[in-house]
Design a binder for this molecule. Structure first.
Ligand code: ATP
Ligand code: FE
Length: 335
C-alpha cells in the first residue's frame, strides 16, 4: 500500500509518499518568514502552511510518480505542535481522505521522529527492540525506551528548554541567524571546545535542564563585551565550540546513565539536533568505548520532515489502526 504523510506541526510544510517502508518522495517547504524574528511566529507559520500545503502535496505525488487514486491511506501529525499549524495539515488530510475514501491515520510527531529509523534507507540497519532513543529537537529533549513500534516509555525529559532551543538561544545571544543549531555546528569545527567552561545543571534522574546554561552564556557575554566590545567576533569559533560541547556533554551524561539503568545498549538518536556532527561523533565513540550499538538517521530524516510521518502511518496502516475524522489536533501529546 502507498501512504501519503503530511507534517505541519511547526514551521515546515512537508509531504512524503511511502511504499513498503521505502520513501518515494519527501518534499519540504521551509518557511523563511521567521528568520528575521529570531524564532517561529505562530500566526505567520499557520498562514504559510495554508499557502504551501497544496503545492507541497502535489509535488510529493509528482516526484513519487503516482496519482491520488493510488493512495491507500493518509497520515498526518495530530500533535504536539503549534495549534494553528497542526490544524492546516489535519484539515487538509481529513478532507483528502474523505474525497479519496481512504483511511486517515494520526501520528504523534515525537513518535514520528523516532520511527524515522524504520524507513528503509534511514540507517545501515533498523534498530532492534528494545532500544533507547535520545530525541533532541527544537521543542523536546527526551530519553525514550522503545519496546515495539508504538510501545514507548518516557524515561526522562527536559524540565525547561529543549536542546535545540539551547542552541538557538545561544545563537541569538551570539548574533547568529535562526535556527542557530546548524550554524553553531559549522563554526564550532574551527574552534576550541575547551576554551570556555559553562557549569552544568544538576537535575534529578534522567531529566535535563538547559535554561540555566542560556542565562550563564548571556551573563558571560555581557560581562566580556563590557571589557572588549569585539569579544564575540574575536572568539566566535571558540564560543560556538565550547557551547556545543557543554550541550552535548549534558546530553551524553544522561544518555550514559540511561544505558546503565536499563542495561540496553542499543541507542538511537532522533530530532533536529541529531543532525549535529559532534553529537554523531560522540555517539559513535561509544560503540568502541562502551560496546553500544548506535543508530544515527540520515540527515533528511532528522529535522522535521513528512517521511517520518509517512513511515509511522504505514506501520499503523499495517495494524489497521485508523483515526476518525473527529480527532482533534492537540498541542501537547504524550509519547
Ligand atoms: P519538536 O520536534 O520538538 O516539535 P521541531 O520540530 O521544531 O521541534 P526539529 O525540526 O526536529 O524541531 O529540530 C529543529 C532544531 O534542531 C532547531 O532547534 C535547530 O537549531 C536544531 N538543529 C538542526 N540542525 C542542527 C545541528 N547541526 N546542530 C545542532 N542543532 C541543530
Ligand atoms: Fe520536530
Amino acid at each position: 500500500p502507498i501512504i501519503l504523510g503530511i507534517e505541519s506541526s511547526c514551521d515546515d510544510t512537508a509531504a512524503a509518499v511511502i511504499q513498503n517502508h521505502r520513501i518515494l518522495s519527501n518534499v519540504i517547504a521551509n518557511q523563511k518568514v521567521h528568520q528575521s524574528y529570531g524564532g517561529v511566529v505562530p500566526e505567520l507559520a499557520s498562514r504559510a502552511h495554508q499557502q504551501n500545503i497544496v503545492p507541497v502535496v502535489n509535488e510529493a505525488l509528482k516526484q513519487a510518480g503516482i496519482s491520488p487514486n493510488q493512495i491507500a491511506g493518509i497520515a498526518f501529525t495530530r500533535g504536539p505542535g503549534l495549534m494553528g499549524s497542526l490544524l492546516v495539515g489535519s484539515s487538509f488530510a481529513k478532507s483528502l481522505s474523505m474525497s479519496l475514501n481512504v483511511p486517515l491515520i494520526e501520528v504523534n510527531h515525537m513518535q514520528g521522529h523516532i520511527l524515522a529509523h524504520f524507513i528503509e534507507d534511514a540507517n545501515e540497519s533498523s534498530p532492534e527492540f528494545p532500544f533507547l532513543c535520545l530525541t533532541v529537537s527544537g521543542g523536546h529533549t527526551q530519553i525514550v525506551k522503545i519496546s515495539n513500534y508504538f510501545e514507548m516509555e518516557l524515561l526522562g525529559e527536559t524540565i525547561d528548554d529543549a536542546a535545540g532551543e539551547a542552541f538557538d538561544k545561544a545563537g541569538k545571544i551570539l548574533g547568529l541567524d535562526y535556527p542557530s543549531g546548524p550554524i553553531i555546528d559549522k563554526l564550532a569545527k574551527e574552534g576550541n571546545p575547551e576554551k570556555f567552561k559553562f557549569s552544568k545543571p544538576k537535575v534529578d534522574e534522567l531529566n535535563f535542564s538547559f535554561s540555566g546554561l542560556k542565562t550563564a552564556i548571556l551573563y558571560f557575554i555581557q560581562k566580556e563585551t563590557q571589557k572588549n566590545s569585539n569579544f564575540i567576533q574575536e572568539n566566535l569559533y571558540d564560543l560556538c565550540a565550547s557551547i556545543q560541547k557543554t550541550i552535548i556533554d549534558i546530553l551524553m551524561d544522561k544518555l550514559e546513565k540511561a544505558v546503565e539503568k536499563t542495561g540496553i545498549k542499543q541507542v538511537a538518536i532522533a530530532g533536529g539536533v541529531s543532525a549535529n556532527s559532534e553529537i554523531r561523533n560522540r555517539l559513535l565513540e561509544m560503540e568502541t568505548k562502551a560496546n553500544w550499538k548506535v543508530y544515527i538517521p540520515k540527515f533528511e530524516y532528522t529535522t522535521d520532515n513528512a517521511a517520518m510521518i509517512a513511515i509511522a502511518g504505514q506501520l499503523k496502516f499495517e495494524k489497521n489502526e485508523f483515526t476518525d475524522v473527529s480527532a482533534q489536533s492537540v498541542s501537547k501529546y504524550k509519547i
